[in-house]
Design a protein around this ligand. Structure first.
Ligand SMILES: *[C@@H]1O[C@H](CO)[C@@H](O)[C@H](O)[C@H]1NC(C)=O
Ligand SMILES: *[C@@H]1O[C@H](CO)[C@@H](O)[C@H](O)[C@H]1NC(C)=O
Ligand SMILES: *[C@@H]1O[C@H](CO)[C@@H](O)[C@H](O)[C@H]1NC(C)=O
Ligand SMILES: *[C@@H]1O[C@H](CO)[C@@H](O)[C@H](O)[C@H]1NC(C)=O
Length: 425
């Protein structure tokens, strides 16, 4: 079946409209949700997939029922951007015995829908991506992990896959009964060991594990701002609590330059030569600041739909005072913080170098004392440029601008101003 971009966008828009109507009219009774027509069915990517529509996914009738028990679960969302410390916050939830945690499932939506445009600002792309993302999140919060399968490539056979993105970051997916490789005494399984030693992931078992846990937490870095989530937050079948994690954009920039070496190559050239390349992609910076600004402005203006459901956390505050901040987070969630969370914090933030050396993804490496280490890595003109671009959001979040290279490099002077963001309750 052939299908043009226009048709896909129309489908997506239509599904958003249907969703909105559904949300308005449905009560919190268990219901059947018809999935969005999967773009895979109509060869969106134009590649070899075009000829092989996936069987059994086109019609609503083929889709399993699922229901939500709103009185029971808290649906936690860590809303962040890459390199803002979201893995760290994710771990604070992942360690809790009652929480089923998923690490960035929207990765699969993006790689399927807009594989080449990882930072697309195109309004149509964005709408398609958001519509699909909301549907997927809604399903995942209901522990319907099969829904994710339409975005995994190759499509899982017999509900089994070894391609789930960062499976090893989720404790429940690395322990019994989902994975038999480790016993209950293996408290902290390394992500790499999990991927190596566990058999392919049985999505049925994973979904059962999700249902067993009292709460579900999902880390999301591919939703630009909180306003995009309003339909989910207002969905009466869900009980969403959003923890929005922000970080000094200068720190994000520095961390991305180190981590995403290809994408941020020109920024490295700027740093090395002292000259800004003419073809530098400035949107890599402006997008972070614009999204933070609109998100935080929305969150802090206390709209009725976010009442009791929104908490803003600065990564730097968490780094300085991890235990206290984590208690505040659990307070906001209305959950008791358990011992394993506290132990994890102790083990991972008190300069235990042995552990930190092993953590590839910077959960540890980037925390605590390192929150301001970007100041020693960025040149003054890069910092000056960032400050000019992100002036409003720096001010809003309480990050101080520097006026000279000396001030930038003088670490006895913190650039993080004391600022309290009280959860809106
Ligand atoms: C929902 O959860 C509550 C509390 O765990 C339980 O008592 C109730 O039976 C559940 N309802 C359904 C329909 O599963
Ligand atoms: C899926 O299960 C069926 C029936 O058990 C089996 O015949 C088939 O080989 C399995 N497919 C894969 C890819 O394992
Ligand atoms: C996955 O687990 C379910 C539930 O235990 C089981 O029925 C099914 O056979 C498993 N699938 C595979 C492919 O092993
Ligand atoms: C660094 O800042 C502190 C506090 O403002 C100041 O006392 C000190 O002289 C500065 N050091 C340098 C080398 O400028």
């Amino acid at each position: 079946m052939q299908c043009s971009w226009k048709a896909v966008i129309l489908l997506a828009l239509a599904s958003i409209a249907i969703q909105y109507t559904a949300i308005r009219t449905l009560t919190s009774k268990p219901f059947q949700l018809c999935p969005v027509p999967s773009p895979q069915n109509c060869g969106l990517l134009g590649g070899p997939e075009t000829e092989s529509p996936i069987e059994g996914r086109a019609g609503c009738d083929d889709y399993p029922y699922f229901s939500f028990n709103t009185s029971r679960k808290t649906h936690i969302m860590v809303l962040a951007t890459t390199r803002s410390g979201s893995s760290f916050v994710g771990q604070l939830l992942n360690q809790h015995a009652d929480i089923f945690y998923l690490f960035e499932p929207l990765y699969h939506v993006q790689t399927t829908l807009i594989p080449r445009l990882s930072h697309s600002r195109n309004a149509a792309d964005r709408r398609v991506m958001l519509g699909a993302s909301r549907d997927l999140l809604r399903s995942l919060y209901g522990c319907d992990l099969y829904f994710l399968e339409s975005y995994i490539k190759p499509v899982p056979a017999n509900h089994t896959t070894d391609k789930l993105f960062r499976r090893g970051a989720s404790r429940a997916l690395c322990s019994q009964p989902v994975c038999d490789a480790f016993g209950p005494s293996d408290a902290n399984v390394e992500e790499g060991d999990c991927v190596k030693r566990c058999a392919a992931l049985n999505m049925t078992l994973a979904a059962d594990a999700c249902r067993e846990k009292r709460h579900v937490a999902i880390k999301v870095v591919r939703v630009p701002e909180i306003g995009d989530l309003r339909a989910l937050v207002e969905d009466p079948r869900l009980n969403i609590k959003v923890i929005q994690l922000v970080r000094d954009p200068r720190g994000i920039l520095s961390s991305r330059i180190e981590t995403f070496r290809d994408t941020y190559r020109l920024w490295r050239i700027w740093r090395a030569t002292g000259r800004r390349p003419y073809n530098l992609d400035l949107s890599q910076l402006t997008m972070v600041c614009e999204d933070f600004l609109s998100s935080v402005s929305t969150g802090l203006s206390h709209p009725h739909w976010l009442k009791g459901k929104y908490m803003l956390v600065r990564y730097e505050d968490l780094s300085r005072n991890p235990l206290l901040k984590t208690m505040e987070i659990y307070d906001f969630l209305g959950l008791p913080m358990d011992k394993s969370v506290e132990e994890w914090i102790q083990a991972n933030t008190r300069g235990s170098t042995e552990l930190s050396a092993k953590h590839k993804y910077g959960t540890v490496r980037d925390s605590a004392a390192n929150a301001e280490s970007w100041r020693l890595k960025l040149s003054y003109d890069m910092v000056e440029y960032t400050q000019a671009t992100c002036q409003k959001v720096l001010h809003q979040l309480g990050y101080k601008a520097v006026k000279s290279a000396e001030e930038l490099k003088n670490m006895s002077l913190s650039l993080v101003q004391d600022k309290t963001f009280v959860p809106f309750s």
